[in-house]
Design a protein around this ligand. Structure first.
Ligand code: SAM
Length: 285
């Protein structure tokens, strides 16, 4: 069942799941094109500079040998490779791989006997990721077109699922968790970075299309994240906060129309409502 409900919020408002998906594809398609043209990108402004969520996620040592276009297209909220503790020979799947940065970093860790899959629904991102792969000269990687709600891989075929700031964008997260569980091998790990809510957000925030595509409106509350992972069959779910945001970050994260609509108090409340987090869980052996 979809998580959005019909709404008549007018310009910029969520109307249904398909609208959200179309908006996300358009937005991230543009960001991929900006990155391919070597302009810096941002989750919120469609492509001029990194914002408070997406900046400073990787060390220079991490990104040695990664093409600049992959760094420019990077729109995660933390570094899932630091969380995942990947081993040589493992198969890794990145849900919503964007320009490919985390898949290329994973490929280094799992080595020639392992494999990295990236899955994304946006053609421009897939094109950029494949270009970045060729430029980096990495062969143990494959970028797949598809949706994270319907993963195009067989049952029990993946050791580790990573993802970076994507699951919040899905309008059917239960299906994402069921699919992640299905493709993981028994004993496999779910190790993702995501935006999570520390308290509920207002309906005005939930129904704001740009805030949804900017990774905020669709985020789950921490306890809800764990409950849904358990419901999908995972064990030992854990949510660890890695970054918080302040009112000063609103300028780069909250579109002008939302700032006007929410008012000073509403914006302050919103900025204290979400964090970047590592989310871990396991598929039982
Ligand atoms: C915020 S960006 C993150 C990209 C990448 N993980 C990174 O760290 O740079 C979101 C990406 O997820 C993709 N995406 C969003 N929803 C998706 C879905 N339901 N299925 C597949 N890809 C999706 C978008 O096309 C976009 O490339």
């Amino acid at each position: 069942m979809s998580e959005t409900r019909d709404c008549c919020c007018g310009g910029g408002g969520v109307t249904n799941s398909e609208d959200i998906k179309t908006f996300i594809k358009e937005k991230y398609g543009q960001i991929a094109e900006h990155a391919a043209a070597r302009k810096e990108t941002s989750c919120c402004d469609g492509g001029t500079s990194k914002d408070a969520i997406t900046r400073d996620l990787y060390s220079d040592a991490d990104t040695a040998g990664i093409p600049v276009e992959a760094l420019l297209a990077s729109m995660g909220c933390a570094n899932p490779i630091a969380l995942a503790a990947l081993n040589p020979g493992e198969v890794v799947l990145d849900l919503g791989s964007g320009g490919g940065i985390d898949v290329l970093l994973s490929a280094k860790r799992v080595g020639p006997t392992g494999k990295g899959y990236g899955l994304d629904m946006t053609d421009e991102m897939l094109e950029l990721a494949r270009k970045n792969q060729a430029e980096a000269g990495v062969t143990n990687v494959e970028f797949l077109k598809g949706e994270i709600e319907n993963i195009p891989l067989p049952n029990n075929s993946v050791d580790v699922i990573i993802s970076n700031c994507v699951i919040n964008l899905s309008t059917d997260k239960d299906r994402v968790f069921r699919e992640a569980f299905r493709v993981l091998r028994p004993g496999g790990r779910f190790a993702v970075a995501d935006i999570v809510l520390t308290k509920p957000v207002s309906d005005a925030v939930k129904m704001h299309l740009a805030l949804w595509a900017g990774c905020i409106s669709g985020a789950l509350e921490m306890s809800e994240y764990k409950t849904r992972l358990l419901r999908a069959g995972f064990t030992n779910p854990d949510v660890e906060v890695v970054k918080t945001y302040s009112v000063d970050d609103a300028e780069s994260l909250v579109p002008d129309d939302a700032i006007r609509e929410l008012g000073e108090e509403g914006v302050a409340d919103l900025m204290g409502s979400f964090v970047s987090a590592f989310v871990r869980a396991e598929k039982p052996k």
